[in-house]
Design a protein around this ligand. Structure first.
Ligand SMILES: NC(=O)c1ccc[n+]([C@@H]2O[C@H](COP(=O)([O-])OP(=O)(O)OC[C@H]3O[C@@H](n4cnc5c(N)ncnc54)[C@H](O)[C@@H]3O)[C@@H](O)[C@H]2O)c1
Ligand SMILES: O=P(O)(O)OC[C@@H](O)[C@@H](O)[C@H](O)[C@H](O)CO
Length: 485
């Protein structure tokens, strides 16, 4: 990385004096735009010097992150991209170390077991929690998990690595750290507690009990739209600011982190960096997941089928914006709880503005990826709640139908769609049978449970799917809001 010119803020603190207190799994775009930025803010204020971050990668793709960060002393540029075209870069210094776990799993376990590591945090995506959608249980059929449980070699998954470290801490009388999930999952801390204790139970029930008694798993709501870094961002940074950065990250200016104040062995003074520490994150999480994240899913399949490839262009389409606001008002909002300090109407309109920010250049493809991890965790709970209370499901069912239509893998012009989903081999063939068997997709119990047995849902879903097939995405959106025709 070349040193930036004097206009660019760089760490004003001495990074050599920062020790690792947080070990983070899943150093991707979001972690670098969010948690690492908050810690950097604290360090800049002269605080949290024992809370530096060591990133850990366990997936093959993380090798590239290790190489990029190692080549530039783990510094990188965070660029906030404002709607007026202004880019606001800052060099972030809070990641002081990075380990690619397959290179030396033992060293990673010892780092996790060290008394100085007091928080282990995660942004390992929704799929990283290894949950079966049909039962909600920890998925012991996953071959990686089976391999770690068989213990024929060193652990390779987050579950194997962290559990072994917790076992060593217990044996050595070292307090448990906090396991802090920052993924977009409802009750992310509660879910993390469930899956990590489920894994530990399979290894050693006494250890599972120790984890259950000692480890804290705070829930959180995390928010900052962070697209995948493109070559244009790398080149733009070089042209505008003369910074050569192998892997910068660009994100929207908006950021939020609401965090349950429940830590096992201390925490950085995050409130000094703008984090909202609360007793109950639930209302904030529901608001964000059911409005923003479902909003993204409500946008992406229709948008793709209509020919949009960039999120801001789709969000500027009045038909799409109307559909999203209508879904938020009539189907999502009734399932929310009062959110202290938030004006929900304003929040919803701000969301449309955030989606429409032309400088984010988020891709529709990013939002369409791994739908089978997202729809069951974010949208299906809204549908089930509305079915149980007699609430409307027409627009939610249309979002599911738009996913099913997208999963056919062919767009409205007959062009192929690359469906990126770990269940693609199951879902694409199923979707392709739905012209003759309209409920084929939602009969997949592993994803939808018994939803295909609910007549009200199936009617709404079938209407939308038929409309998508016969009239196309734009005409379906035109027809949708309001009462069924
Ligand atoms: N990008 C955003 O706008 C955003 C905003 C809020 C929250 N988040 C949360 O952060 C997560 C990551 O988003 P991102 O944009 O950083 O994605 P990314 O693809 O840039 O990074 C994901 C990281 O998770 C790792 N990972 C994936 N599956 C894993 C597994 N099974 N075990 C261990 N590591 C695994 C990847 O190797 C990578 O390091 C999201 O899934 C979401 O839950 C993202
Ligand atoms: O990253 P995911 O898979 O959880 O979800 C895709 C997007 O909805 C998400 O990344 C949002 O951009 C983010 O949650 C905004 O805070």
């Amino acid at each position: 990385m070349t040193l930036p010119d004097a206009r660019i803020p760089v760490p004003g603190y001495s990074r050599r004096e920062i020790s690792v207190g947080i070990v983070h799994f899943g150093v991707g775009g979001f972690h670098r735009a969010h948690q690492a930025m908050y810690i950097d803010r604290l360090l800049e204020k002269g605080l949290a010097r024992e809370w530096g971050i060591c990133g850990v990668g366990v997936m093959p793709a993380d090798r590239r992150m290790q190489e990029a960060l190692d080549a530039q002393d783990r510094l990188y540029t965070l660029i906030l991209t404002h709607p007026d075209g202004t880019w606001e870069p800052r060099i972030i210094g809070s990641i002081v170390d990075y380990r690619y776990a397959p290179d030396d799993p033992e060293a990673v376990i010892e780092l996790l077991a060290a008394p100085t590591t007091r928080i282990i945090s995660l942004t390992v995506t929704e799929g990283g929690y290894n949950i079966r959608h049909d039962t909600g249980d920890f998925d012991t059929d996953n071959p990686d998990i089976r391999r770690d449980l068989a213990a024929t070699g060193p652990p390779a998954t987050v579950f194997g690595l962290i559990t072994e470290a917790l076992a060593r801490r217990r044996a050595r009388g070292i307090p448990s750290p906090t396991l802090m999930s920052c993924d977009n999952i409802e009750g992310n801390g509660t879910v993390a507690r469930r899956v990590f204790t489920a894994y530990a139970r399979l290894v050693d029930p006494d250890l599972a009990q120790w984890i259950s008694d000692n480890t804290r798993f705070p829930n959180s709501m995390v928010d900052r739209i962070t697209p995948v870094t493109t070559d244009e961002v790398v080149a733009g940074l070089s042209e505008r600011f003369d910074i050569q950065d192998r892997w910068p990250v660009a994100a929207e200016p908006f950021t939020a982190w609401v965090l349950e104040d429940d830590f096992a062995d201390g925490r950085p003074p995050l409130e000094e960096a703008g984090v909202q520490l609360v007793d109950d994150v639930g209302p904030y999480e529901l608001m964000k997941l059911r409005l923003l994240n479902v909003g993204h899913q409500g946008l992406c399949y229709f948008a793709y089928l209509m020919g949009y490839r960039l999120v801001h262009e789709a969000a500027q389409d009045p038909l799409i914006a109307r559909f999203l606001l209508e879904y938020m008002d009539t189907e999502a909002t009734p399932t929310l709880r009062p959110v202290p300090g938030i004006d929900l109407d304003e929040y919803k309109h701000t969301l449309i503005e955030r989606f429409a920010n032309p400088e984010i250049r988020d891709t529709v493809a990013r939002l369409c990826a791994e739908s089978s991890d997202r729809i069951p965790k974010w949208l299906l709970p809204v549908i089930r709640e509305n079915l149980a209370t007699g609430g409307p499901v027409r627009l939610s069912a249309a979002i599911v139908a738009s996913w099913a239509r997208y999963a056919e893998g062919v767009d409205e012009h007959g062009e192929p769609i690359a469906v990126v989903d770990r269940l693609a081999d199951t879902l694409v063939p199923l979707a392709r049978t739905q012209l003759t068997h309209p409920s084929a997709f939602i009969e997949n119990k592993a994803v939808f449970g018994d939803l295909a047995h609910d007549v009200r849902f199936v009617d709404a879903y079938t209407w939308a799917l038929n409309a998508l097939h016969s009239d196309g995405a734009r005409a379906t959106l035109f027809e949708l809001p309001g009462e069924p025709s």
